[in-house]
Design a protein. Structure first.
Lengths: 401, 374
């Protein structure tokens, strides 16, 4: 056991930092500072292209598919630098979710067709998993697909589909064998979001955002070859996709950056004639969050370093998800607390006017966006498996209960 | 960075776990609690034979030079077994001070005695009113020819009853705020009144009534003393985090086992989701405690300010975890955990003692904040 960083990590960090400084458009960084979650789709496309041109479009992919041969620690450094600079986190649903699934289970034709435009940011992806009656109990999903001739015909409804309106493609979990046990009857299909029979209804979120959607599929036809891997294996692929990046559920990089923002606010805001950050009460409040964030960071480092953990790997990831999601909420709470009553003013999520982006003396740029991100953070303990589901997993995997 | 144990480290862990399993059962420990010194001199001799008292000490003193990781590994097992011997006082605290002050002479000889298991030591630093910051002790070290004369009162000297020697902090007359002296625990003028702490360990108030100390037993002068003392206390604080981690893991497992066997309402308690979730929450706390221990270990040899901040972070996170795990262990067990005849409560009191020793969570949170929040 030793803690010495690897030779070359510092040089690698410098290389990444320099690249980002040179290539990240200033306006994009400002917009991402205001609201990073979800990113502006146009910005996302541009930034993905910039990273791709450098060969960094999907660092976690195998080299042969346009990825890198970086170590886990280098990928960690890369993500720290991305967030530190308010650059855009690369495409979750594309390069992070369906990309690795296609690399592992897709046909050669699928890899050729879908991976390159995904890597370039030319095609945006969305994920069709949840349904009105299949949330935590995802295996009870009812959207069905039937093979008619050479086409899958899909009927059903999905919900909470982020970016459905902007996405070119979706990967959908559908029931293809109603007679099999719930998990075994599910398959994964790739669906063009422009297909006839798809209707998208945006859902206005608590924070005013409109990136969540209901997606209705009414006799949508896709070719037979749009099935991923084997029929009946959709559940396995979905699990694979959710577990691929084991440390992602800590949201470590976002949390670290957002804590910095909370400190920036507390340095600028004043209370009782002094900087808020200089009041012992608020300093302790920040410190309390920061020590837990350090623990979270070391939980991530333990996984990255490949520690042969004595506990079940799924349970460790669930613990990470619980802490990481709660941390998003706590950091957002700090920001809101630091802003005081000013936190309550509503700024439209996609307001990109100069007053918002540059700030004004009365309303500095650190105000807009914080309320929206705070509200969005309430979902952190819901998406990707609720906190309660994570606790079930821990009880089962660690204690056999 | 490599977070896996080396073969040697794994052997240390396995050996310690086996030793405590075979020689330190609940009944053995209860008998020790009732004994006069509250610890086992026999076990101490075994620790010396096993090489545990040599961990991290310089070769010149017969030590086994290694990183602090080894100490943490061993103390995790101490915590798992709730071992009562004054390892932290003697080896981690005083052993470090001796090693840092080793310019040959008294310190070297004393260090050899520690490594060989001949002497146990206690640190006499805290004073009434000082809480966790006795930067300028009221105990004075006057001069009597070449010798020093120590006069004053120390409080809260952990493990004093089992100590052969004390390391005493005192204000040298006319030369700064703080110096460290090696004092024979049975020297003329040393009076101890011993008391028990909640976890069964002992401490004492120590009156020093013109205790004569030869100049050769001045370990650290006013320049070195504050630095060395802070290092040693930080190491002790982190060592106790490792102990607490071992204790938390043990009591969590004990609680899970209990929930599987205890039947109420016609089924094992472990079937109830409310209780499963409580266990899961305890598991998360223990995971985070292990992670923050890694953070502390990674910085234990860093420059003072950074080291202090990371040790403080470790303490704050671990105390929070200990409160949750300790309290829930009792709650999930039910009344059985309230008895002295059952181990769960002993883990609870161990974790309670851990909270308050070498700086509590409030003290450490403020130190962390001073470093990180500005």
């Amino acid at each position: 056991m030793h803690f010495e960083p690897s030779l070359g990590d510092a040089a690698f960090r410098a290389e990444v930092r320099e690249f980002i400084e040179l290539h990240l458009p200033q306006g994009m960084a400002r917009r991402s500072y205001i609201c990073s979650q979800p990113p502006d789709i146009g910005d996302f496309r541009r930034w993905q292209r910039i990273l791709h041109d450098r060969g960094w479009g999907a660092p976690h992919w195998p080299v042969g598919f346009g990825g890198t041969d970086w170590t886990a620690m280098q990928r960690h450094i890369f993500m720290e630098e991305i967030y530190r600079a308010d650059a855009i986190d690369y495409g979750w649903q594309g390069t992070h979710m369906i990309g690795p699934v296609l690399i592992a289970f897709g046909s050669e034709a699928q890899k050729r067709r879908y991976l390159p435009p995904m890597l370039r940011g030319d095609e945006i992806w969305c994920q069709g998993f949840s349904e009105p009656n299949a949330g935590s109990d995802l295996a009870s999903l009812r959207t069905r697909a039937e093979l008619v001739g050479d086409e899958w015909v899909i009927h059903g409804q999905k919900i909470w589909t982020s970016d459905a309106g902007e996405a070119d493609w979706g990967f959908f979990l559908v029931r293809t064998d109603p007679s099999a046990k719930p998990q075994r009857g599910i398959s994964m299909l790739l669906v063009p979001m422009s297909a006839p029979g798809i209707r998208i209804r945006p859902i206005e979120a608590l924070n005013g955002g409109r990136d969540l959607n209901e997606v209705f599929l009414d006799g949508v036809c896709v070719p037979r070859e749009n099935l991923v891997g084997e029929p009946g294996q959709g559940w396995t692929y979905a699990k694979y996709l959710l577990e691929k990046e084991r440390t992602a559920s800590a949201y470590l990089y976002r949390n670290k950056r957002e804590l910095e923002k909370a400190k920036e606010i507390a340095r600028a805001e004043r209370a009782g004639g002094q900087r808020l950050i200089d009041t012992p009460e608020f300093a302790r409040k920040i410190a309390r969050v920061e020590v837990d964030l350090l623990a979270l960071e070391w939980s991530v480092l333990r996984i990255l370093a490949g520690e042969k953990n004595q506990h079940d790997a799924d349970a460790v990831v669930s613990a990470l998800k619980i802490r990481g999601s709660e941390m998003q909420q706590r950091v957002a709470e700090l920001q809101i607390d630091a802003l005081g009553p000013r936190a309550l003013r509503v700024f439209r999520q996609h307001d990109r006017s100069a007053e918002v982006i540059e700030g004004t003396p009365l309303w500095p740029a650190y105000v807009p966006g914080r309320l929206g991100q705070f509200l969005y953070a309430r979902a952190a303990t819901l998406y990707g498996g609720t906190r309660e589901v994570q606790k079930n997993i821990i009880a089962r995997r660690v204690f056999g209960l | 960075m490599d977070l896996d144990l080396t073969d040697e480290q794994q052997m240390l862990r396995d050996g310690a776990r086996r030793f405590f399993r075979e020689h330190y059962g609940f009944d053995v420990r209860r008998a020790l609690l009732a004994s006069e010194t509250g610890m086992s001199a026999g076990c101490w001799a075994r620790y010396a034979e096993l090489g545990w008292l040599a961990l991290g000490q310089p070769e010149e003193a017969g030590g086994w030079p290694c990183t602090f990781v080894e100490t943490a590994i061993l103390l995790e097992e101490f915590g798992r077994a709730l071992a009562l011997e004054p390892y932290v006082s003697t080896v981690v605290l005083c052993g470090h001070i001796l090693a840092r002050c080793d310019h040959g002479g008294a310190a070297r000889a004393e260090l050899q005695a520690v490594v060989e298991g001949r002497d146990r030591l206690a640190l006499a630093h805290d004073e009434v009113g000082g809480r966790y910051d006795t930067e300028r002790p009221s105990v004075v070290a006057g001069r009597r020819g070449e010798d020093f004369l120590l006069r004053g009162c120390k409080s809260w000297v952990l493990d004093a009853q089992a100590a052969d020697r004390l390391i005493v902090s005192a204000r040298p007359e006319g030369a700064g705020d703080l110096a460290l002296f090696l004092v024979d625990a049975t020297a003329a003028g040393v009076r101890m009144s011993t008391y028990s702490l909640v976890d069964g360990t002992r401490a004492a108030d120590v009156v020093l009534d013109d205790v004569r100390v030869p100049a050769s037993c001045l370990l650290a002068d006013e320049v070195a003393a504050p630095v060395v003392l802070r290092e040693a206390i930080d190491r002790a604080a982190l060592a106790r985090v490792a102990m607490a981690l071992g204790a938390m893991e043990a009591v969590l497992q004990m609680t899970a086992d209990y929930l599987k066997t205890r039947v109420q309402f016609g089924q094992p308690l472990g079937r109830f989701q409310a209780l499963q979730h409580r266990l899961a929450e305890m598991f998360v706390e223990v995971q985070e405690a292990r992670s923050i221990l890694c953070c502390g270990l990674a910085h234990i040899d860093a420059p003072a300010v950074q080291r202090g901040a990371m040790v403080s972070a470790a303490k704050v996170v671990a105390v929070n975890a200990a409160r949750i795990v300790g309290a829930q262990a009792i709650q999930l067990h039910g009344s059985i955990a309230m008895t002295a005849e059952y181990a769960a409560g002993h883990y609870y009191t161990h974790l309670l003692a851990f909270e308050k020793l070498y700086g509590d969570a409030d003290w450490h949170l403020d130190r962390f904040a001073a470093h990180a929040v500005a």
